[in-house]
Design a protein around this ligand. Structure first.
Ligand SMILES: [Zn+2]
Length: 370
């Protein structure tokens, strides 16, 4: 994700923090400062938000570690101002596994709340917190007081995530439950409709009570639309092979071609992604975003062999189109080369797939009209 940076690595999974997350901390710090002009209150406010987000990270690890049990890798966990996202290489194909992966996140929040509740019910007084003399009413006076708030917020987090608002956790449970009885893409479509309905309700409630809820509702709306669209595309490719959707007229660049030549070709031929044949015969990938970054950093006279480009993943003409799309969609692969008898005969990128789909939809429309 642009704007997010790797922060740490836990249990073999990179944890990224979106830079806007720091804006939330700054906003909390400033608003507490404006109310109190007290550094202790500011430290308490920021400290509490950090604890809350640590709980969000643990929630995401609940999803990630459960998915790992089913052999699914989590590429990264990203902390956003509105919560966390665990980006997995794919969702489990078995709906029962998807239900378990989705429930694991809220279960972690409930477990945290339960542990705090047990500790508090022991009646130990862990001590007072430093508070401001001028504003004794601000934030927390004791550790117990703070633990109560952390417990309460974990319950809220757990319950909120269980709302059946796809793509939130509860919505994923709903989708997977529906998928037990109908095709996966239909289940996603239905869950996305419910999700968007709830997002609308949330937006109206947010308008009345809390602007933060409005922000979350927009993310749910877009997320639901995005996932339903991706599933529809997936379904349209069902039963097709690489050969059916590949771009078969394209230019292959060489190691001694310059970035300038690639730009020229891109402008005049409309080809955005290029295979590059290196001097030793290896095939590499130069995508459009890579091309733009490379020109900016190295200038247009640089030869392609001087860049470190990723290797082109090659597949057979009869490779399953749906699987290829899954890899393109998750960002695991940017471009596929289709080879027949070791000769590159086609290219497949997200643009080709989308182009193919829109053309197919137009022809379908045409057939209906005549
Ligand atoms: Zn979750």
């Amino acid at each position: 994700m642009i704007w997010s940076r790797k922060f740490t690595r836990i249990a073999g999974i990179d944890v990224h923090v979106h830079l806007t997350f720091f804006l939330i901390l700054l906003w909390i710090g400033l608003s507490v400062w404006r109310q109190t002009a007290d550094p202790i209150a500011v430290a308490q406010g920021i400290g509490f938000i950090l604890i809350l987000f640590a709980c969000v990270v643990m929630h995401e690890f609940g999803h990630a570690l459960t998915a790992r049990r089913f052999g699914i890798k989590t590429l990264r966990i990203t902390l956003l101002p509105i919560g966390g996202v665990a980006t997995m290489e794919k969702m489990p194909d078995d709906p029962k596994q998807e239900i378990l992966v989705a429930l694991a996140g809220p279960a972690v929040n409930m477990a945290i709340a339960a542990v705090i509740w047990l500790y508090l019910s022991l009646g130990i007084n862990p001590g007072e917190l430093p508070t401001s003399q001028a504003n004794p009413s601000i934030l927390f006076t004791s550790v117990t007081h703070m633990l109560y708030s952390v417990m309460y917020l974990n319950i809220v987090l757990g319950v909120f995530n269980l709302l059946p608002a796809f793509p939130m956790d509860g919505g994923r449970v709903l989708r997977a439950a529906l998928a037990l009885y109908m095709p996966h893409y239909k289940a996603t479509e239905k869950a996305a409709t419910v999700g968007q309905g709830l997002a609308l309700v949330m937006f109206i409630l947010g308008l009345l009570y809390n602007p933060f809820l409005m922000l979350i509702s927009v993310f749910i709306w877009l997320g639901a639309a995005g996932e339903a669209g991706a599933e529809k595309l997936q379904h349209a490719l069902h039963g097709l092979t690489a050969k059916d959707i590949m771009l078969s007229t394209f230019t292959t660049l060489n190691g001694d071609d310059t970035l300038g030549k690639a730009i020229d070709l891109s402008v005049h031929s409309g080809q955005h992604n290029f295979p590059v044949k290196m001097d030793n015969g290896d095939l590499k990938v130069l995508t459009h975003p890579m091309l733009l970054t490379a020109v900016r950093e190295h200038g247009e006279h640089t030869a392609l062999r001087e860049l470190s480009l990723p290797t082109l993943t090659c597949v057979e003409p009869h490779a399953d189109a749906e699987t290829l799309l899954k890899n393109l969609h998750s960002g695991k692969s940017l471009l596929f080369g289709v080879t027949k008898n070791h000769v590159l005969t086609g290219l497949i990128s997200m643009e080709e797939v989308l182009e193919w789909l829109s053309l197919r939809q137009e022809t379908a429309k045409g057939k209906k009209q005549f």
